[in-house]
Each structure stands twice: as C-alpha cells, then as structure tokens.
Write a protein that binds this ligand. Sequence first.
Ligand SMILES: [Zn+2]
Length: 320
Amino acid sequence: MSKAIIHQITVPTPFAVGDAHLYLIKGDALTLIDAGTKTKQAWEALLAGLKKHGYYPDDIEQLILTHHHPDHIGFTDEFPRLKAIYGHPLNDVWLKREEAYFQRYEQFFYDLYKESGVPESYQAFLKTLRAPLRFAGKGELSDSLLEGDRLPGHEEYRVIETPGHAQSHLSFYQEETGAFVGGDHLLSHISSNPLLEPPVEQGRERPKPMLQYRKALLRCKELDIHTVYPGHGPIFSDAAVLIDKRLEKQELRAERVKDILQEGTKTAFQVCEQLFPNQIEREFGLTMSETIGQLDYLEDCHKIERIKENDILKFQIKSE
Ligand SMILES: [Zn+2]
C-alpha cells in the first residue's frame, strides 16, 4: 500500500470563513479532494496550485467531496477530462440542483422558524438561502461513498462518515500514516458549526446535527490520527486534544443555555437572542442552528423538556 503524498492547494472564498483548502492526491488516479468555490480568483489560485505540482486542469481525473457546501464544490464542472465525482449520496441534490429538494429545504426552515417563535421580520432570511449556490458547481455523483468504503484509486483511505456540519459530511482516513482529510469536521482555528438541514426523507424527524457532531468527534478520538488536513486553517496534529476542547466548549455553552432557561420557559428564538445578542442579526442561520443544537443536546441529556403551546415550541428545565 502506498503512502500517498498529499498536496494542499489553497483558494480564496467570498465567505466569512476565508480561504479553503483542496487536496491533490496521486494514486491509481489523480484526484482532487474538494473543489473550491466558483470565483475567478479561486480558479486562478487553483491553476497556480496545480502548476506548482506539475499539473493542469486537464490532468484531474476524479473529484472526491467532503461535503456539499459551496466553498467545497465550486469547480465540479470545470475539469475537461474528469471521469468521476465521488461523495456522500446527499451531495447529489445540490450538484443536480433539484428544485423539489430546494423547495422542501425552504419549507423546512419556514416551518421550523415559525415553530421556534421567530418574528416575521426575520423571515427575509429565507429568501437568502439559495444565494451561495452561485459559487457552487453543478454535476452528478458517479458513485456514492459511505462509511467503511475505500476511496476509488486510493485504497489506503477509508471513508468515515462525520455528519454534523453537513449531513453529507465525510472524512478520509489513512490508517497506515494516520493522515486524516477532515473537511470541516475538525478545524483547529475555529469550531465547525453543526448546521440544521431537513430530514433526508420528507415526513421523517429532522436530523440533530449537534448530537451527530459530538458522536462523530468521539469516534474520531478513537482513531490514531496523526495529521489533520482540514478544509480551512492550518494543518495540525494532536486531534484528540482539539476534540476534547471542542466538546468542552460545547458543554459550557449548553450550561449557558440551561442558565437562560432557569429564568423561565422560552422559545428557541428567545434563547438565541440571549445567547447571541450581537451576532443574531448578522448570522441568523448560524446562531439559530447553534441554539437549536444546544437545545437538542440538553433534551438528549434529559435536562430540559419541550412543550407545545398554540403551535409554538417552548423549552423548560425538566423537573427532577
Ligand atoms: Zn467549508
């Protein structure tokens, strides 16, 4: 088994997160892990990055995606001799721009926010949900990757499902060297936000990304990770230390949510306003995802309970 070399290529993004990294790996195929964001500046940076390693866009044979966000799937339709795109099956609705899915996506947030007590003035946010799509590429998966699969052309990498930040999120682990291509699951300089998404099948219960994220973190702690190759920020080691830090920070924030609920019964929106008074307007989607994630966590720990009053969902401290 070859210890494939991983080349990092960094491209700018128009998003608050800043630069994004792609990884070039050469095995039985020449593969890019992730595909940047569709801007002129990112394409120029990608060309320069490929050239530095002696390659051109024509040489790229496969794309493997860590998740479907627009800072990771930008150039899926820009490589002239691409033979295959691989990723979690949930990438496909984004790559194919499935209208039925987007309508379901918007309806999901409309219903969730209504139930969460979000005032009308915030509903404009729903109109912005599709805006980042213009930075995303189109296409279709050639084949799906799932837990335990080996990367096609790079058998030394095993697929680890790491949902939370995105339902489509995968990481790729090379047991022999401990290399871990972790997308946005493990970032050293910022915590990766677990984000709300509708259920995969209509009518099912929605996923609980905070619980998924925690579970995936604990799983990754069991792996013998030597080096993390992240989607943003510096390459790093000591993943286990970082994982403990992330879990601890999340638990501390959950304590704050519990304190807020000690004052009385509240909607998710009311908790969010108190938890993020300075960010809620600017980062409405992120702060609501984080708040609902913390509420899911506290409910899962049996510390709080939900009550429904006139179609509005409220949370309260669970009586002993
Ligand atoms: Zn990202």
